[in-house]
Design a protein around this ligand. Structure first.
Ligand code: HEC
Ligand code: HEC
Length: 453
């Protein structure tokens, strides 16, 4: 079906958005004045090709340029030209522009270093290496993670091509979502708060999700794609879509030796990319070699509260990755638990309220907090641990008073009784775990070109 959009430039309102149908998709074009011309922002979940045409009203339409939408949207700057009065986009050119990694994506000449990124000595110790959940069958390679990066940002992974992994794992938010619950491809809400992905590579138990229901990251990455709220796809359709996109040929070949697209390869590449997101240059990291002489007095006070008995946080958020050892905890958020966490998976009352403790790295950026996003700020989190831990039969012992003599009832939740100044210090310390060199690094950013080619 041929779709034509007319744009009378001279009568253009300052800002206009025009929805229209292209085959089965609802697309739209937004016009915004820019410089002495304007910009057409095409939103087209079907990734069609478009011909930009213009006319001076007396001599028919002239083709100006063919553009292809690569990831659901495209930005076409159109300079104003005195003699031309009308512009239109004609979608009847599908197939006429083929894509390649070069015209669809902004990639470096040789891939970024994902496989052997430099890490400080304290992230290379046997303890930290023991937390590394990279399987021998899927080591991270530069080309594999580079492919994973493109897949992570590609909206083809959702049924109507409107949502990518990055929609709910946004780099500037520590690869998490600032919304309490994320919005899936069809407008539905997820039932939990999105999780930050910084240093997800380090977790001794190797399980993923708040309730640890995914045994490995390779399993996990395929689950949002098939989730009926998140991306709504089948694996067959996934392979078909990725296979149909020419620019993936070279990326799969670089990563796996041949252009063949299959589910295992997609899962491996996505897992490699997620594992490559490692922070080792936060203020905290820079402080390790100098006994934290770079931290302010307030931050160091907070560090001592976090690591020492006054806060006792490191009992569950331990090591330089701020993750536990081989344990999952109940931190007494409520009783009864609306969302039973691990208990939903096992069906056991004794597992109710147990949730994964993922790394606190970049925690400042990943608000809101907890599996249900109940706390908007770190101040609220600290106040919760200070005075709000709820009595629950499964409450982990680290958050209870010391046990009484044998036979006495389980101890009550502990109260930290921190002063306002101590709470401020604890929050200041948590912010030393922020590492924007990761969240802003181009190697983790959206690789798609949204500019007209
Ligand atoms: C619509 C929003 C949404 C989309 C799209 C989405 N996620 Fe998530 N992600 C979430 C939510 C919510 C959770 C927590 C869900 C839970 O624990 O039940 C999560 C959890 C995760 C985790 C677990 C982290 C950990 O430490 O256990 C990983 C890894 C992850 N997502 C990667 C991905 C990848 C890769 C994609 C794309 C293939 C993706 N996500 C797409 C919302 C989303
Ligand atoms: C008994 C173990 C335990 C202790 C001790 C503990 N936590 Fe937690 N923490 C958890 C668990 C479990 C979660 C996730 C709970 C959930 O979402 O239901 C969590 C979540 C958090 C989160 C939110 C993480 C996110 O991604 O949303 C922050 C921040 C946090 N804890 C900070 C602290 C601080 C600060 C202390 C010390 C005052 C502390 N914790 C002590 C177990 C613990």
């Amino acid at each position: 079906m041929k779709t034509i959009l007319l744009l009378p430039v001279l009568t253009l309102p300052a800002l206009a958005e025009v929805p229209f149908q292209v085959a089965a998709e609802t697309a739209s074009i937004r016009f915004t004045p820019e410089g002495n011309g304007f910009v057409m922002e095409v939103n087209d979940p079907g990734n069609h090709a478009w011909m930009l045409q213009s006319t001076d009203n007396s001599s028919g339409w002239t083709n100006m340029a063919t553009h292809r939408v690569f990831n659901g949207s495209l930005r076409i700057p159109v300079p104003r030209d005195g003699s031309r009065r009308l512009f239109r986009l004609n979608s009847d050119v599908a197939g006429q522009v083929s894509s390649s990694a070069a015209n669809a994506l902004i990639l470096p000449g040789s891939p970024y270093n994902y496989a052997n990124a430099a890490l400080p000595a304290h992230l290379l110790t046997p303890q930290i290496q023991g937390q590394n959940n990279t399987p021998v069958t899927n080591p991270t390679t530069n080309a594999g993670a580079a492919l994973g990066r493109v897949l992570f940002y590609d909206k083809r992974l959702s049924a109507n091509q409107t949502v990518s992994c990055s929609s709910c794992h946004q780099a500037q938010h520590g690869f998490s979502d600032p919304r309490k619950f994320s919005v899936g491809f069809d407008g539905g809400l997820t039932d939990r708060n999105s999780m930050g992905l910084t240093n997800a590579r380090y977790y001794l138990r190797e399980n993923f999700f708040w309730d640890e229901r995914a045994a490995t990251l390779e399993d996990q990455v395929l689950m949002p794609i098939q989730n009926e709220v998140e991306m709504g796809m089948t694996l067959d359709l996934l392979v078909q879509r990725i296979d149909a996109e020419p620019f993936y040929d070279e990326l799969f070949t670089a990563a796996f030796g041949t252009p063949e697209v299959n589910v295992t390869r997609i899962s491996r590449a996505l897992a490699q990319f997620v594992r490559s997101i490692v922070s080792g240059s936060s203020k905290y990291d820079l402080g390790v070699p100098t006994n934290f002489s770079n931290l302010t007095a307030l931050e160091n006070q907070g560090r001592q509260i976090f690591q020492g008995p006054a806060g006792g946080c490191a009992a569950c958020h331990g090591s330089d990755n701020f993750v536990p050892g081989n344990a999952i905890f109940n931190n007494g958020l409520e009783n009864p638990y609306v969302d039973k966490g691990l208990g939903e998976v096992t069906g056991l009352t004794s597992d109710e309220g147990f949730f994964k403790v993922s790394s606190l790295r970049n925690i400042e950026l990943t608000a809101p907090y907890m599996h249900d996003g109940r706390f908007a700020t770190l101040e609220q989190v600290v106040e919760f641990y200070n005075s709000g831990v709820v009595s629950h039969p499964n409450l982990s012992p680290q958050l209870r008073l010391p046990p009484g003599p044998p036979g006495s009832p389980p101890p009550q939740p502990r109260r930290l009784n921190l002063t306002a100044q101590q709470k401020t210090a604890l929050v200041a310390f948590l912010k030393t775990l922020t590492d924007t060199s990761v969240t802003t690094h181009p190697k983790y950013s959206d690789p798609f070109r949204y500019q007209a080619q």
